[in-house]
Design a protein around this ligand. Structure first.
Ligand code: HSE
Length: 426
């Protein structure tokens, strides 16, 4: 049987799971993948005490990048500083890379892939998007014969877990986040999950593969789930929607838009059924139509599964190298895509207020598809303002932002208008 020699840098949740699988279940990998994976060295900044296996441990991660025996460096330390130096050093030393680091690929992917090409080595990054669900493999191999028109995905397990818990168990945001952290789903700093950064980085990586765009995370627009309240979830549910954090990528002519925002998804769409920490990605290709990939996208075991799959692929010669770089498409922050919208506003509890708000929509030729104002309860008749929810026809992000500002500027409303996209069946 062939063998491959690896060095593992980082022994946190994911690194620990990789070491455990390689040490405790090598037979499954040998039987399925036809390769014996030998761990030559482990880089653990905390030293041997952090590694519960009898392995060669160094506290200086660069030792792994410089170890002449190591054929593949597995980068699982995260972040962009030391990780980038380490990966560059290993590439210059002729080693392949496997990484779960979406920040690194989304931010420095182009230069790292270029460097890898110069040194005739490859970078595996299946674990950087959707963890154990092989979406990178689907995009660069399974769908290689197709032109991708768009993708829509739930790419962050932590936020999907939080939104599911808030919706199904009426958990508070804080309790649901704590539970996600205890399960090892969240980033070291969960701000990156909650504010949408993590999903946006993953969407940026998918865009490079799907649409041949540069890795330029700065041109991805995104927002987080902090603004989603239990009331929004209840209104959405009454209207037949779930609230999910959805990452989009689409191409028109040669212009690509990538974004990730909290979004209402109609209950008859597959993505609305994706609960707890699960990820899902729908990819629409010309001619082929939609294919959907569903599975665990966060947590030690699913991520380790993707890391090991990349090592096995490298032992079989890696991945096809394309010439796509020659003709990159442009990324644009201004999406021209229209989405129906959910607006949540507080309006004055007086005659004519709804008429004023609806005339603002009519004046802009925007259709109101649904409007909810619940009758105040018997003990609430002296309320100065009452909540109103409006579902509008399709608007671009720019137009929706303008409408929110205009609504805030009239005296019948308070200055706290919330607006979310609605996932249309594209
Ligand atoms: N923190 C991420 C998530 C997992 O919750 O999906 C790693 O990308």
């Amino acid at each position: 049987m062939k063998s491959i020699k690896v060095g593992v840098c980082g022994v946190g949740n994911v690194g620990g799971a990789v070491l455990e699988t390689l040490t405790n279940s090598p037979k499954i990998i040998e039987n399925n993948g036809g390769v014996k994976i030998n761990i030559i060295q482990v880089g653990a900044r905390k030293g041997k005490s952090a590694v519960p296996f009898d392995l060669n441990v160094t506290t200086d991660l660069m030792d792994v990048a410089n170890n002449p025996e190591v054929e593949v460096l597995i980068e699982l330390i995260g972040g962009c500083d030391l990780a980038k130096d380490l990966v560059e050093k290993a590439i210059r030393n002729g080693k392949h890379i496997v990484t779960a680091n979406k920040a690194l690929i989304a931010t420095h992917g182009d230069e790292l892939f270029e460097l890898a090409k110069e040194h005739n080595v490859q970078i595996g990054f299946e674990a950087s998007v959707a963890g154990g669900t092989p979406v990178i493999k689907a995009l660069r191999e399974g769908l290689v014969a197709n032109k991708v028109n768009w993708f829509a995905g739930i790419l962050n397990g932590t936020t999907n877990f939080i939104l599911s818990k808030m919706s199904e168990d009426q958990s508070s945001f804080e309790n649901a986040l704590k539970e996600a952290q205890d399960l090892g789903l969240a980033e070291a700093d969960p701000t990156m999950d909650v504010d949408g950064t993590d999903a946006a980085q993953k969407a940026s990586i998918l865009s490079a593969l799907a649409f041949n765009t540069p890795h330029n995370f700065e041109l991805v627009s995104y927002g987080g789930i902090e603004s989603v309240s239990p009331e929004d979830i209840a209104y959405a549910s009454d209207l037949g929607y779930s609230i999910k954090h959805i990452a989009y990528g689409s191409i028109e002519e040669n212009e690509v838009c990538v974004s990730a925002y909290p979004t209402l998804v109609s209950n008859d769409q597959l993505l609305s059924q994706v609960g707890m920490q699960m990820n899902a990605l729908e990819i629409y290709c010309e001619g082929l139509g939609s294919t959907v990939y569903y599975g665990p996208g966060a947590g030690p075991k699913p991520t380790a599964s993707a890391v090991i799959a990349d090592i096995v692929d490298l032992s079989n010669g890696g991945w096809p190298v394309s010439d796509k770089n020659e003709s990159k498409n442009c990324l644009s922050k201004e999406s021209q895509q229209g989405f129906s919208r959910y607006f949540n506003l507080n309006i004055k509890n007086e005659a004519g207020a709804i008429a004023k708000v609806s005339s603002l929509f009519a004046d802009r030729n925007i259709s109101i598809e649904a409007l909810i104002q619940n009758e105040p309860k018997a003990n609430q008749t002296d309320l100065t303002h009452v909540p109103v929810v409006i579902i509008s026809g399709p608007l671009t992000d720019e137009k929706a932002f303008e409408v929110s500002k205009d609504l805030e500027s009239i005296e019948e409303t308070t200055q706290s208008i919330k607006q979310f996209r609605i996932h249309n069946a594209l």
